[in-house]
Design a binder for this molecule. Structure first.
Ligand code: NZQ
Ligand code: ZN
Length: 388
């Protein structure tokens, strides 16, 4: 196990009706004036908006609004949010939504104090020195941004999707009420599930040795997700199954599962360019990229891929070579994606090879990707080709 520091300050407030207490929670943090950030129609359609506003008003919290965050959140809306935050001198950004909303809130929180263009934080080594506090009400288990140190924003002009990571981006608190997931469309449930699985796999397929406890935590997360995700797709009001999915989604990306080893993130960076070019849902893109990445890199550390096949997918090794076991593990992964309604090929979602080179260049513009196998531009292009 390699040396590590472990830090995650986000308070998780989990369970039925917890989001209705948001006014009181903000009061506990001494907040009086917030910018509430949210997405498109879902929040008003499912009544969550009204409940949140009611709680804020009842607690005397003054709030301003920035709605309209789109999936693969745009930089232009971040600028708008920074302007409102500065003008109104707010003391917290409250994100009510999924990863796109939370990442927008984090970018606004950084832009509030940053003197240059906030986009610099996403494309250079520059780091924010101070950010506004961020609080979260999560409405979809997926990105894990509710207790991660990252924010991912798309610059729609340059067609680049980039991330900024800093300890300052950990939200102060995240409210997780599994009932809020009942209104999610199937496509978002599946994409969210694929993202959660990917967050575990990025921390599972690592080049280092000696991480048995961590491996077993990752395997537990994967096995439980694989069992519970189909349950919520079958019955959207299965509260207990949603509890499992929401909790796994949080643990998958709060840093815990990656301690003591160098996680990978190659597939994520390769996928982000797909989202930037084709506006595909992040999780849907990962279901296409991850199997291709596995096929490309498994020979780097076959024992890890074999362990995955045996322990997560319970592949029967009898009469099979190691390679056969591994390839069966990969195809079981693809079958799982299919079973929850996801595609596993670029051609199935109407993407051809015309932008491979440009996307690969952007994916590696800060240097080679990944740790399991270092990936350069040519490797990334090969993975896109394998995914075709
Ligand atoms: O916009 P509305 O109408 O609210 O609809 C949203 C949106 O269309 C809908 N939705 C959310 N909650 C709902 C709901 N619909 C009905 N009922 C509900 N309760 O879901 C759609 C997708 O929302 P989005 O926020 O984009 O989803 P997700 O949480 O998957 O976030 C994806 C973004 O997070 C980034 C991704 O790259 C992507 O941009 N990531 C952020 C990370 C981080 N900050 O740590 C890490 C991740 O790996 C990821 O890269
Ligand atoms: Zn992700």
């Amino acid at each position: 196990m390699i040396n590590f520091r472990s830090y995650n300050p986000t308070k998780i407030i989990f369970g039925k009706d917890t989001y209705k207490e948001i006014g009181g929670i903000l009061g506990e943090y001494g907040k009086k004036k917030v910018l509430m950030v949210y997405g498109g129609r879902s929040l008003k359609a499912n009544g969550v908006y009204d409940q949140v506003v009611h709680s804020l008003e009842a607690s005397g919290i003054l709030f301003f609004e920035l709605g309209g965050v789109k999936p693969n959140p745009r930089l232009s809306l971040v600028y708008e949010g920074i302007e409102i935050a500065k003008r109104e001198q707010i003391d917290m950004v409250l994100a009510v939504g999924g990863g796109s909303v939370i990442d927008t809130a984090k970018a606004i929180a950084a832009g509030y104090y940053y003197e240059g263009d906030v986009w610099e934080l996403y494309i250079t080594e520059a780091q924010p020195e101070k950010v506004l506090d961020v609080g979260v009400i999560l409405t979809i288990p997926a990105a894990g941004s509710e207790s991660s140190d990252g924010s991912v924003i798309t610059n729609e002009e340059t067609r680049m999707k980039c991330s900024c990571c800093t300890d300052l981006f950990f939200p102060k608190f995240a409210v997780l009420d599994p009932q809020l997931c009942y209104t999610l469309p199937d496509s978002q449930i599946s994409a969210g599930g694929a993202d959660i699985l990917a967050h575990v796999m990025e921390r599972y397929f690592v080049p280092d040795d000696h991480h048995d406890f961590s491996d077993r935590m990752c395997e537990a997360a994967m096995v439980s997700l694989i069992e519970n995700l189909p349950k919520v797709l079958k019955n959207k009001q299965d509260y207990e199954a949603w509890c499992e999915v929401m909790w796994i989604g949080n643990i998958a990306h709060n840093g815990l599962l990656g301690r003591g080893k160098r996680d990978d993130w190659g597939s994520h960076n390769i996928e982000h360019q797909l989202s930037a070019y084709y506006d595909i849902a992040h999780g849907a893109g990962l279901a296409i990229i991850f199997p291709a990445w596995m096929k490309y890199v498994w020979k780097e550390k076959p024992e890890m891929m074999e362990q995955y096949a045996l322990r997560v997918w319970k592949v029967c090794p009898e009469g099979k070579t190691r390679e056969e076991v591994i390839l069966e593990g990969i195809s079981r992964t693809e079958e799982f994606y299919h079973s929850i309604g996801l595609k596993t090929r670029l051609s199935e979602v109407g993407i051809d090879d015309r932008d491979f080179e440009k996307m690969a260049e952007k994916a590696v513009f800060m240097g080679p990707l990944g740790n399991f196998k270092k990936l350069y531009k040519e490797d990334v292009m090969e993975i896109y080709r394998l995914a075709l």
